[in-house]
Write a protein that binds this ligand. Structure first.
Ligand code: PAF
Length: 304
């Protein structure tokens, strides 16, 4: 009881005013030391902790991860941090569509315990030079087109694991390679966290939800669901025993003929090590990345 009171007083003290001095009913923590202090109190109460790392620009896909965490954890931390380290030089860091105020408002409707929204300086103070990189698996697929991406992701996620020491951490299968890489990193570095992969959330027309979908023009938005449709057609054709190379080539042609402007990759890979498969296997994942104008879409489906 005393502990609970102490905890509540601490939390009230760290409630943050939002822009224009609007008080938030949710606890927003800006510093690593505040997160650690709150965690100490939770640990004293033997509460288990779920972590949902995000870069904001929240949508139903993120909400599904948060709901999963709320259902499996005593306490849930959602992070809002647009991680500069995972953006390439010509990528969209400067225009990433995160809006902290609207993200916090959205999170107020879910009973998350704290939002950790640090500054870049808090996460990467000057002189911070350590990177975590996963050669091989990090160089495939997305890694081929976004060379620093997984180093950025693995480094920030590792830091968040060290800060929040969660029992569970939640990631969407939309970024399937990211999920596999984070599992591998946690395993290799003996980080005692259970990684929970959560299914892709899609619009009614099949388009996988992504913060970057807002970049699509009205016309591109109409074409975008074709990527998911094509992944499913690949699966049907593979099951019918057609030749893999032929199936993938036809699928690329269909995307390009229908308005996609460039295909980065369309591959059938082992679902654990992501090596490209020459023959169909029940342990496969079909993954694709393709451009519609200036917007890059990624998607994937499992085969069973
Ligand atoms: O998937 C994302 O939003 C980001 O890559 C993550 C995991 C939050 C790390 O910045």
């Amino acid at each position: 009881m005393r502990m609970r009171l102490k905890q509540e007083l601490f939390l009230q003290a760290s409630i943050t005013m939002l822009e224009n001095d609007i008080p938030s009913t949710i606890t927003i923590v800006r510093t690593i030391s505040d997160v650690k202090n709150i965690l100490k109190l939770w640990r004293n109460d033997n509460l288990n902790v779920g972590l949902v790392p995000t870069m904001g620009a929240l949508h139903e896909g993120h909400f599904s991860l948060i709901k999963k965490s709320l259902s499996l954890s005593d306490r849930t931390i959602v992070t809002l941090f647009v991680n500069p380290k995972q953006f390439g030089r010509n990528e969209d860091f400067d225009k990433y569509p995160a809006n902290e105020l609207s993200d916090i408002k959205a999170l107020e409707n879910l009973s998350v315990d704290i939002i950790f929204a640090p500054s870049t300086e808090e996460m990467y103070p000057s002189g911070n030079i350590t990177n975590i990189s996963l050669p091989d698996i990090g160089d495939l697929l997305e890694g081929e087109f976004r060379p620093d991406f997984f180093t950025g992701v693995a480094t920030i996620v590792c830091k968040l694991f060290m800060i929040a020491s969660p029992d569970l951490a939640f990631f969407g299968e939309k970024d399937y390679q990211q999920l596999i890489i984070i599992e591998k990193m946690a395993q290799d570095l003996n980080i005692p966290v259970e990684i929970v992969g959560c299914p892709i959330i899609r619009s009614k027309d099949g388009l996988a939800l992504s913060s970057r979908n807002v970049y699509l023009s009205d016309n591109e938005r109409l074409v975008a669901p074709l990527l998911y449709k094509v992944l499913n057609e690949i699966l049907d054709n593979v099951r019918n025993g057609e030749q893999l190379i032929k199936i993938l080539n036809n699928a690329k042609i269909k995307l390009l003929d229908s308005g996609f402007t460039k295909i980065d990759y369309l591959k059938i890979c082992d679902d654990k090590n992501l090596k490209e498969l020459g023959n169909f296997s029940p342990n496969a994942r079909i993954l694709g990345a393709a451009w519609l104008g200036n917007t890059r879409l990624i998607d994937n489906i499992g085969v069973n």
